[in-house]
Design a protein around this ligand. Structure first.
Ligand code: NAD
Length: 292
């Protein structure tokens, strides 16, 4: 395949709707699928709202927004992804679920279509082996929020063909983003470094060294980070943070990666961050309020 003109995105959550957003603005036809109609509708509503904000802040023209919106098709039925050149899977960070999705989508696709995953941490080689196209499988790891963050990590599995890599790199470039290549080891580059820091911030809270606010202000002003680590954890999603820590812990077999019990407790409570309205902060009022 020489070039990509249409893509499928599976999962219309935080990442999936962001990927659909930037791809449509870059001129690709996008088919956005999720498990239920309401999830697709909510993903499309987020895209509409985010694009409208980009217009009002002067980052895009209204004609670009209109054209991009026209290019995004909500696809309740996965069959609608049959003719796309590239599928990007962005469902929940759960290996069994991702495997199930590949078993459903692969038989529908053209043999030359590329399948990519946006996983934050799961082995690309192992996911690829669960498909009918390991040589046409790759990790394209976008950062959150996708329309704002200009970096993408590209991760090759052991079987990923050069042609697949070039195609993915070209696609990312057409989105106007910068990529770097990571080897396929647990959590790749960004999360291998970032998540142990977030987990340590949660331990710092758990052990009573500092409050939520103290930890966040300390790292914002003391380490010159744009966001505090607990604010960032809420933003990423605490369920996603926990699964990345589990992947690091299992994959590297080193106790320094053990997930903080307080992180586990928040996830068990369903307080998984911004997307749930509550995490280390409560987002249900006008301004976020620390929950501890
Ligand atoms: P999310 O919870 O916002 O969205 C996940 C979506 O997957 C939901 O809309 C859900 O309905 C959908 N889904 C679940 N089962 C499905 C099925 N059977 N068929 C179709 N859709 C299904 O999660 P997210 O933050 O968008 O994360 C998605 C992926 O992106 C994960 O692999 C995560 O590790 C990765 N990622 C997340 C971030 C982040 O900061 N949140 C950053 C980079 C990569």
């Amino acid at each position: 395949m020489s070039d990509i003109t249409s893509i499928g995105v599976i999962g219309a959550g935080q990442m999936g709707n962001g990927i659909a957003h930037v791809a449509a603005l870059a001129g690709f036809d996008v088919y956005l699928h999720d498990v239920a109609r309401e999830r697709i509708q909510s993903g499309l509503a987020t895209i509409t709202g985010n694009m409208a904000r980009q217009v009002s802040s002067g980052r895009i023209e209204d004609v670009e927004r209109k054209a991009a919106v026209q290019r995004i098709h909500g696809s309740e039925n996965m069959d609608e992804l049959a003719d796309v050149d590239l599928v990007i899977e962005a469902v929940t960070e759960n290996e069994q679920l991702k495997r199930k999705i590949y078993a459903q989508v692969c038989p529908l696709l053209k043999p030359e279509a590329v399948l990519a995953t946006n996983t934050s941490s799961i082995s690309i080689t192992r996911l690829a082996a669960a498909t009918d196209r390991p040589e046409r499988f790759i990790g394209i790891h976008f950062m959150n929020p996708v329309p704002v963050m200009e970096f993408v990590e590209l991760v090759r599995g052991i079987a990923t063909a050069d042609e697949t890599f070039k195609l993915a790199a070209g696609f990312v470039e057409r989105l106007g983003k910068v990529s770097a290549t990571a080897e396929d080891f647990p959590a790749f580059i960004v999360n291998r470094i970032l998540l142990p820091m977030i987990n340590e911030a949660i331990y710092t809270l758990y052990e009573g060294v500092g409050s939520v606010e103290a930890i966040d202000v300390a790292m914002r002003l003391g380490a010159n980070h744009k966001m505090g680590p607990l604010q960032l954890a809420d933003f990423i999603g605490l369920d996603t943070c926990l699964s990345i820590m589990q992947v690091l812990y299992d994959g590297l077999a080193d106790s320094k990666y053990r997930p903080c019990p307080l992180l586990v407790k928040y996830v068990e409570a369903g307080w998984v961050g911004r997307k749930a309205g509550r995490g280390f902060y409560d987002y249900r009022g006008e301004t976020p309020v620390p929950t501890r």
